[in-house]
Design a protein around this ligand. Structure first.
Ligand SMILES: [Zn+2]
Length: 328
């Protein structure tokens, strides 16, 4: 049986539309009815016309017109004849680029994750970005008493900041260029916020740590300025955690990486491989289900799918838009 759906097509920079298309379930795949969808920082970069290189995770040839969307969750409405691990009615989190800005999307079963018990579908629809950020937070090696700096107060940075505080950091510092995001971080328990356009994060962190520098720096902004400030404000032998996806070459001053014996932890995505993701995702979502990490405060806007253009224009411009959601 074919299912008709509306689906987003990014025809070129700032040019997005919904098209009608027909989905036919593959023998080894399923069709999912979306509950909600999230706009990712990477989607915003695509919208502005910068498509990423093809990678192990991002399997498309980067070209317009581009079928956009990857963050969503929903309910399986059809399963292929060779699928045995899912059935109609199962609730799932999407972990693949399957043109998810749509009423329905097609997926291979390995690109899905069962929604864990106790997680509501609004949050399950953000299961992918939450799990990635929490994976970084859980693996950052933050210890009781640490001073932790998070570069970037976007959705991921805000989650990693909360996670660091909950793990026993003495001081958590969030650095961003936008006042609105820093205000939200403050409200969620961040001790010190730094607007890098007005203040020097290196001087502030040095003062905060008696000249030593941060024990852990998490890079979740993805710019050269952010990487370079992080490389300066970290202490000797400090832990440098990579999170962001930098899709263009940047110029770095990495002298201290060598001379100060920095340690590097590359957390990036929870879904480097589907096997790892299958094991880690329930662990990463557990503190969200128990309420130790506040996600609701990070969902700042919601639009119906047919206003996707409006939603993206807001994502492009608004300082306080942390996570914008779409609903079918
Ligand atoms: Zn994403």
């Amino acid at each position: 049986m074919a299912i008709m759906t509306r689906a987003a097509l990014l025809k070129g920079p700032y040019d997005i539309d919904l098209i009608e298309k027909e989905l036919v379930c593959d023998e080894d795949g399923v069709i999912v009815k979306n509950h909600k969808m999230g706009i990712c920082g990477s989607d915003k970069i695509f919208y502005r016309g910068k498509l990423p290189p093809k990678t192990a995770e991002f399997r498309y040839d980067p070209a317009f017109p581009f079928p956009l969307g990857h963050e969503s969750g929903g309910t399986i409405v059809e399963v292929g004849s060779r699928v045995s691990d899912y059935k109609v009615g199962d609730q799932v989190i999407a972990f693949g680029w399957n043109n998810n800005y749509a009423d329905y999307f097609k997926s291979k079963t390995w690109q899905l994750q069962p929604v864990p018990e106790g997680l509501n579908m609004d949050l399950a629809s953000l299961g992918e970005p939450i799990a990635c950020a929490m994976y970084s937070g859980l693996n950052s090696q933050v210890q009781l008493g640490d001073t932790v700096v998070i570069m970037g107060g976007g959705f991921a940075g805000q989650i990693i900041a909360q996670c660091s505080k909950a793990k026993g950091a003495h001081k958590v510092v969030v650095v961003d260029t936008l006042e609105g995001k820093l205000k939200i971080a403050k409200g969620l328990g961040t001790d010190v916020t730094v607007n890098i356009t007005k203040e020097d994060p290196v001087a502030i962190v040095k003062e905060l740590t008696g000249g030593t520098g941060a024990d852990v720096v998490v890079e979740a902004a993805g710019s050269a300025d952010s990487f370079n400030a992080a490389s300066e404000l970290i202490r000797h032998n400090g832990k440098f955690v990579f999170y962001s996806w930098v899709t263009e070459p940047i110029t770095l001053n990495i002298s201290r990486w060598h001379d100060d014996g920095l340690q590097f932890i590359n957390t990036c995505l929870v879904h480097h491989t589907w096997q790892e993701r299958f094991v880690w995702t329930p662990e990463t979502l557990r503190p969200v289900i128990t309420g130790q990490i506040d996600i609701d405060s990070l969902i700042t806007h919601e639009f119906p799918l047919d206003q996707i253009k409006k939603a993206f224009d807001l994502a492009d411009k608004d300082d306080t838009a942390i996570k914008i959601m779409l609903r079918p």
